[in-house]
Design a protein around this ligand. Structure first.
Ligand code: MCN
Length: 769
């Protein structure tokens, strides 16, 4: 028996993360810390127009500018291959725009120079003539006949209409006692990782080999695209994700800037680095959310949900190679509730804005906001307490595995228990008294309490893992996952140590480097613990079994009688403290050549794990806000989350993830908003204009666990990375509506900026006259 099977020492332990000290002290190595000899720099001329025909491009003045090594246009690069996608979904951006620019910021010319300043200066000398064309930035307007077409050859701006549903929805609505309908607009967001987009590409002409270090969550994706575009074999490219200052989903795509840097490095025969400025990062990095939908919910008088109908449109920006987060939205719209019939549709629409994609939650927050808004509205309509209404409709523990009306399977959970736990955590009845007092005492601020229940599918696809016992008995674990701050070295080290019965200190994790020759997928979608963790656990078990066989031979015992703990194999029930062999002894024996041939000496194993079905994490969030009705300001007083991550490998890190997610969710609710004017110019393209929450905008978060281990993997783990971003916006919105209830405000949109709140209060006052 290894320690991982029933006698866990590390799993469940709140270890301090081993990577944080280095990162917090600024000793990380990010792309911009890398300065090889003869480093050259890349800068881009980007479209100033949201939509324009590009006329003549004259790079001659730029090419002659001091320090300039090369000026590249679309004509110098190979065409970008279209993904094998269907219908209107094969519109990947060209590496550099050739004849048409489709959004502000689209790269048109790349300049390589001796210094960063020389490269940026030279971009000013590129002469381009543009014929501006009408642009469209709003997806609903883009769907109207006669709207400017982003890709005229498609004849429409609608890239897809994604539908899901089962059950007789018409009958459900016809037979309902109550129907509520709400229009919900989810603002466009930016991911804003601390480190802007960056790449350093280094072509070695002698070896015909390209090495690229980049800010990616998926080095193997970048590897594939670089190899294909540069016409290189897989063994001629190495991609490394060094320390990456935040990914949040928006570092998942393969950005054209990566490819151009690789191309430029080969062209000038020098290492070439590109690091976006913050303003460029706002223009280039995929944006997210921006979905508007009408949601209708039908229920009986007693509050039993009967049916759900949703029609919505999401802004794809100028290009889309897949349906992106929309596939999540359409499968999650029934949320944590048992709704027997549903009929939903989300249209993906092209506009002249930068492309959108996955950002922490990626479809889960959109779905949660839509269903929770409808649930709140229904509670008001029926006059039923919103918590009681939720309780009556939550998927019950006995129903698992549960298949929702949109075709998604939920594995395990106890949603009512999580709800109760969350209410306990905040001392709900006391809070109600405080809220009621704020309504009657003439206090300057109104208090509001909001609750949201959510589900978070985690761990889709496959991931790889490899475990190797080194000659000295130390352990190397290699994962296809790659952390950008999630502390995988700690968590995965804990898993491997337990499964091998080894010391945590003896395990080293390697990840993020394709030179490790372990093809992997990457880190996003709260997948790494479920898939990366489980694959390491499985291979550690395999290595353990081989190691134990060797140890048994050395100890002259039966393998089944051995146990490994703290790096040593001992015979169960034998008190002799000297009768043990360490992993070092096992490794030495394996190399000695002295073992009988029937004993395997290969202490190195790798595997891929695919759980088939995603593990459904879930939970409940409670928010408390206060609003000054005189000026519309809102203050987030409390934010509490009870999350079910199944088995928590490291409860401290689960909580850390919850905190990060809640902060980003609070940002979405309270102020974040990426906005364009009608001409497609970005209005909030700097940190002076794009509001992000500061520490003093946020309360001290509260968190508790509700563990329902999954049967989908041997560790029982579910993910947690996105929980807070899914849960916080609807809870905060519900709290704001609760605060304003005495003033007759029935509907509010995100973000909850003071002018919007104030306007809603004024509108309610006018309609109550
Ligand atoms: N964990 C655990 N036990 C579990 C589940 C998770 O101990 N049962 C802990 C582990 O420390 C694990 C971490 O929580 O390392 C996150 O686990 P998981 O939910 O599997 O998520 P991933 O590791 O796949 O990380 C992705 C997730 C996502 S989708 C976004 S977006 C996000 C997030 O992580 N981006 C982040 N958290 C982030 N945190 C930082 N600092 N930076 C980002 O870019």
């Amino acid at each position: 028996m290894n320690a991982g099977e029933g006698d866990a020492v590390e799993i469940g332990r709140s270890r301090r993360p081993i990577e944080d000290e280095r990162l917090v002290q600024g000793r990380g190595r990010c792309v911009s810390d890398l300065r090889p000899n003869r480093l050259a720099f890349l800068a881009f001329v980007r479209s100033p127009h949201a939509h324009a025909r590009i006329g003549a491009i004259d790079p001659s003045r730029a090419a002659a500018a001091p320090g300039v090594l090369a000026v590249l246009t679309a004509a110098d690069l190979p065409a970008r291959p279209r993904p094998p996608s269907t219908e209107h979904l094969a519109t990947v951006p060209p590496w550099l725009a050739g004849d048409v620019a489709r959004n502000v910021g689209e790269p048109i010319v790349a300049v390589v120079a001796e210094t960063e300043a020389a490269a940026v200066d030279a971009t000013e000398f590129v002469d381009i003539t543009y014929e501006p064309r009408p642009a469209v930035t709003d997806p609903e307007r883009a769907m109207v006949d006669g709207a400017p077409l982003v890709h005229p050859e498609l004849g429409t701006n609608v890239a897809f209409r994604l539908t899901r549903g089962t059950g007789d929805v018409d009958a459900a609505f016809a037979g309902a006692d109550a129907v509520v309908t709400r229009r919900v607009s989810i603002p466009r967001l930016a991911g804003v990782p601390m480190e802007p987009l960056g790449i350093l590409a280094d072509w070695n002409a002698a070896d015909h080999f390209l090495t690229a270090w980049c800010t990616t969550q998926a080095p193997w994706r970048v590897h594939a695209v670089l190899a294909e575009t540069l016409g290189l074999g897989p063994d001629q490219v190495r991609v490394v994700a060094p320390d990456v200052g935040g990914g949040f989903g928006v570092r998942g795509p393969v950005y054209g800037e990566y490819v151009i840097a690789g191309w430029a490095s080969r062209f000038v025969g020098r290492p070439v680095r590109y690091v976006a400025t913050r303003r460029e990062d706002f223009l280039v990095t995929v944006a997210a959310r921006e979905t508007t939908a009408e949601v209708a919910l039908a229920a009986t008088r007693a509050g039993e949900f009967l049916g759900l109908r949703v029609r919505g449109a999401t802004n794809l920006g100028a290009f889309a190679g897949s349906v992106g987060p929309s596939h999540r939205i359409v499968s999650l719209l029934t949320g944590a509730y048992a709704i027997p019939a549903a009929d939903v549709e989300i249209a993906g629409v092209y506009t002249n804005t930068m492309s959108t994609g996955a950002y922490r939650g990626a479809g889960r927050p959109e779905a949660a906001l839509l269903i929770e808004t409808a649930v709140e509205a229904m509670a008001r309509e029926l006059g039923i307490d919103p918590i009681e209404l939720r309780r009556r409709n939550l998927v019950q523990p006995a129903a698992f595995p549960y298949r929702n009306a949109l075709g998604l399977t939920y594995d395990t959970g106890d949603y009512p228990a999580a709800l109760d736990r969350a209410l306990d955590l905040v001392g709900y009845s006391g809070l109600l008294d405080e809220r009621d007092a704020s309504r009657t005492s003439g206090a300057p601020e109104l208090l509001g309490i909001g609750v949201a229940c959510y589900v978070e599918p985690t761990g889709g696809g496959w991931e790889s893992g490899r475990v190797r016992i080194e000659p000295d008995g130390k352990i190397t674990a290699i994962s296809g996952s790659v952390a950008q701050g999630q502390d995988h070295a700690t968590t995965f080290g804990q898993i491997v140590a337990d499964r091998l019965g080894a010391r945590f200190e003896d395990v080293t994790l390697r990840q993020g480097d394709t030179a490790d020759a372990l093809p992997g997928v990457g880190t996003f979608g709260s997948r790494s613990t479920v898939l990366g963790g489980t694959s390491l656990s499985l291979v550690a078990d395999e290595v353990y079994a081989k190691g134990r066989r060797i140890a048994a031979h050395l100890l002259e015992a039966a393998p089944e009688d051995l146990v490994a703990r703290d790096g040593r194999f001992t015979v169960v029930g034998v008190a002799d403290g000297n009768r043990f062999v360490s992993w070092g002894d096992v490794a030495a024996a394996a190399r000695s050549g002295a073992l009988p041939p029937e004993i395997s000496t290969d202490l190195d194993a790798k595997t891929r794990f695919d759980s088939g079905t995603e593990a459904m994490a879930s939970g409940t969030c409670v928010a408390v806000v206060s609003i000054d009705p005189a000026i519309g300001t809102i203050r987030l007083r409390r934010l509490a989350l009870v999350h079910d991550a199944g088995t928590a490998i490291n409860p401290r890190l689960v909580e850390a993830q919850v905190h990060g997610g809640l902060a980003q969710g609070a940002g979405e609710a309270l102020g974040e908003w990426l906005r364009f004017d009608d001409d497609g110019q970005l209005l909030t393209g700097s940190l002076m204009d794009y509001w992000l929450p500061h520490a003093d905008d946020l309360p001290s978060f509260e968190h508790a666990s509700a563990a329902s281990p999954t049967y989908l993997n041997q560790l029982g783990v579910k993910g947690v990375g996105e929980a807070g971003t899914v849960a916080a916006p609807p809870a905060i919105l519900a709290a704001a509506l609760d605060a304003l209830r005495p003033l007759g405000v029935n509907h509010l949109g995100l973000p909850l900026t003071p002018p919007r709140i104030w306007s809603a209060i004024q509108a309610a006052a006018l309609s109550n006259l």
